[in-house]
Design a protein around this ligand. Structure first.
Ligand code: URP
Ligand code: ZN
Ligand code: ZN
Length: 431
């Protein structure tokens, strides 16, 4: 017995078609006309979009602060499914002095048999040495397709020489490294200066991480990547300043892939002050990079439309406002960095991208599913609805309307960045 989805508008980056999809087990057995056989279960998708399941390539489940965890792999991937995302790629983090192997084992232990979605890992490199270089090869042989390095955060950042060597190694191995681009050394100094002046409220998180420091780190990365002669992936791009550097390098022919997130497209730095400078509410928006200005939002949307930004992921890194964000009540540098969003990505980008005519539905599928699959080695098993692919399919009713409320969410966290925003769409089915 099969499931046959009929009458729906099947979307890919290339266009829309109305055909039957026949699913057997976990695979798409066929796509065509009149595929229904006796005993098949029929799902009539008339009026709905039939889309490849969303792929969120930037999550941090089980992020810990104050000895507590908000979203686990179980609650986080359940929220992902509710939000139309059927695959996530999380970051397994090497600790300084530790190995990549240890990180992979730890993260696998947290995730194996505990997720609602399919999942994979990027390996975060925080300690570059000969052994790490050897381990990169082992990991690639085992199916890891990507790594990540940081220009910021004391416990994660690496120096420029390490980045150069790691990029050369990535070239040899045919793998990709993603980068968190903010100049961490200068941020450290700016934070110290702010504290010395008694500037302790959440808004100073944003003030001490200006867009020029994202621009500088992106420029430095591009310079290093040019010498190493290998592609790079920039995670959570937030600013016009950073974007402009990417465009300059792309014009020179460099292969630079860029990701942004819904928060940088929909929210801006006023959020830090929405309840007044002395309110702690701004802690909800303490993410790195921080929220930027209106101009950056416009530029990022245009970049998606112009195919200069390849992926929209969430950087879901949930901490409760109570007890976790509150760790920084008297000092913004102690607020854990990160915010939830895995549940909201699909409908937000549909609502504020497609229904506002900023992007087409085809482009939405490309940035939320097809490109992530292509970049991270999942395509065409995932990222497209075609014969032989995994039956990771979402049936999307574009007419439904709702208001985002933390009290209704599945992600296990006590607030939502988009509280009160209207969103369109309903996932009638998620396979
Ligand atoms: O604030 C954020 N983004 N926290 C998660 C870690 C990262 O930088 O991606
Ligand atoms: Zn980051
Ligand atoms: Zn992140």
């Amino acid at each position: 017995m099969a499931i046959v989805i009929t009458n729906g508008q099947i979307v890919s980056s290339k266009g829309i078609m109305v055909k039957d999809i026949r699913i057997v087990g976990e695979k798409i057995e066929d796509i065509g006309i009149d595929l229904v056989a006796p005993n098949d279960e029929i799902i009539d998708a008339k009026g709905f979009f039939v889309l490849p399941g969303g792929i969120d390539v930037h999550t941090h489940f089980e992020a810990e602060a104050g000895g507590m965890v908000a979203d686990t792999f179980t609650t986080g991937t359940k929220a992902a499914l509710v939000g139309g995302t059927t695959t996530i790629v999380d970051f397994a983090e090497q600790i300084k002095g530790g190995t990549l192997r240890r990180a992979l084992e730890e993260w696998s232990k947290n995730a194996t048999d505990k997720t609602y979605t399919d999942y994979g890992f990027h390996m975060t490199i925080s300690d570059w040495n000969e052994n790490t270089s050897k381990e990169m090869e082992e990991m690639v042989k085992e199916g890891i397709t990507s790594f990540k390095m940081f220009f910021a955060y004391e416990d994660l950042k690496v120096d420029d020489g390490s980045i150069y060597e790691a990029l050369k190694r990535a070239k040899e191995l045919g793998t990709l490294i993603g980068f968190h681009c903010e100049n961490g050394d200068i941020i450290d100094r700016l934070r110290k200066e702010a504290i010395a002046k008694g500037k302790l409220e959440p808004v100073y998180h944003m003030e001490t991480r200006p867009p020029s420091l994202e621009r500088e780190a992106i420029f430095r990365l591009i310079t290093i990547a040019e010498l190493a002669d290998t592609p790079i992936y920039i995670v959570h791009l937030s600013s016009k300043e950073g974007y402009d550097e990417i465009i300059k390098a792309r014009k020179k022919g460099m292969k630079i892939l860029a990701e942004t997130c819904p928060q940088y497209l929909l929210l801006d730095k006023d959020c830090y002050l929405s309840k007044g400078k002395n309110s702690f509410e701004g802690a909800k928006y303490v993410i790195s990079p921080p929220l930027r200005d209106e101009e950056s939002k416009k530029v990022l949307w245009q970049g998606i439309k112009d195919e200069e930004i390849d992926v929209v992921a969430t950087d879901h890194c949930a901490f409760n406002y109570k007890k976790q964000k509150e760790l920084g009540k008297d000092d913004f540098t102690k607020i854990p960095n990160g915010a939830p969003g895995v549940e909201n990505r699909y409908k937000l980008i549909y609502t504020y991208g497609v229904t506002k005519n900023r992007i087409t539905i085809e482009r939405l599928v490309e940035i939320l599913s097809e490109n992530p699959a292509k970049i991270f080695g999942l395509y065409p098993k995932k990222g497209i609805i075609q014969k032989g692919s995994d039956a990771d399919i979402i049936i999307f009713n574009p007419e439904a309307k709702s208001i985002i409320r933390a009290e209704n969410q599945v992600q296990n966290v006590d607030y939502n960045l988009y509280e009160g925003l209207t969103q369109y769409g309903k996932f009638e089915y998620v396979f």
